[in-house]
Write a new protein. Structure first.
Length: 304
């Protein structure tokens, strides 16, 4: 356990005074998880369950999470299977088991558990949201769209479902993706990633000028959000505004100097500007950061 930690010592003293109180072990375990001391947390959750294994399904869920964080996914699954046996109608347990099955790519078992949950709660928005993930991972985008849509129909405040629905519709180049991102931004206007996704959707839908304008707004509102500058630079390069593309790739590299793709794309602009020395330097930097970047290697050989 953590050494010289006064808060942990407080928990230790309370447990010494009440060694048969399961909730104290669970409380200390939660504290340990927050400090990434997963092995010690696992010991405490096991102790809490040994004291009371019938009244607290959350102990099993938290123990499973600790096992996952400790890179013991097999044990996490075993714990959730026990929880499912012990609490077969507990909705959070059903959702958590289905989520783990998804992580383990056990898609049909995940769907089976979700269908069990729907039998007792057919309007569970979180379950439909998770079902959307399962179908998407299975490659069934049609059913994924239907599941995400059902989730937001039931709970219009389920922001992540709006984002996921927008992302899938973007891949399908369906205009309704823009409405999904607008709904997500309505719930949180301070998330640059959603604004970025909407700008990208506009680009995918062929609305390049609108995409460019939204990316411009994005980098003004969020001047430390590097992906916004990167995509804006790509759009400028595509529009032959090479000086502006160069300016924005420079900003990308200032914000994220270890990202090889920014150097590679800036090298492409330098090549178009016939600045071979600068292009070679950027391509070499690309390879220094990512020795497996074959396109950069080929370009560099061509310039020699």
């Amino acid at each position: 356990m953590l050494q010289n930690d006064p808060d942990l010592e407080y928990w230790n003293q309370i447990i010494l005074q009440n060694p048969d109180e399961d909730s104290l072990y669970a409380g200390r375990a939660l504290y340990l998880v927050e400090r990434h001391s997963y092995d010690s947390a696992i010991v405490d959750y096991l102790k809490a369950i040994s004291i009371d294994s019938t009244q607290h399904p959350e102990y099993y869920l938290h123990l499973s999470h600790a096992y996952l964080m400790a890179a013991q996914s097999h044990r996490a699954g075993e714990v959730l299977d026990k929880a499912l046996t012990q609490f077969p109608t507990h909705k959070p347990t059903l959702l958590k088991v289905a989520e783990l099955k998804l992580v383990l790519q056990q898609y049909l078992p995940a769907l089976g558990i979700l269908n069990t949950l729907f039998q007792q709660d057919p309007e569970n928005a979180d379950a439909f949201y998770l079902m959307g993930h399962v179908y998407y991972e299975m490659g069934d985008t049609g059913r994924a769209v239907n599941a995400y849509q059902r989730a937001v129909d039931i709970n219009p405040e389920l922001r992540q479902a709006w984002i996921q629905l927008g992302d899938v519709l973007t891949t399908l180049k369906i205009k309704r993706a823009l409405e999904c991102y607008d709904n997500a931004l309505r719930l949180d206007s301070l998330d640059p990633k959603v604004m970025h996704n909407k700008a990208y959707a506009l680009q995918a839908l062929g609305k390049k000028q609108e995409s460019l304008e939204l990316f411009r707004e994005l980098v003004v509102r969020f001047p430390t959000y590097e992906p916004g500058f990167y995509n804006l630079a790509l759009l400028y390069a595509e529009a032959d505004s090479l000086d502006r593309a160069l300016e924005h790739f420079n900003l990308c590299i200032q914000l994220q100097p270890t990202e090889p793709s920014s150097y590679y794309q800036r090298a492409q602009v330098y090549i178009r500007l016939n600045k071979k020395v600068e292009a070679k330097s950027d391509l070499q930097n690309t390879l220094n950061l990512d020795p497996e970047f074959e396109e950069a290697r080929k370009k560099l050989e061509q310039l020699k």
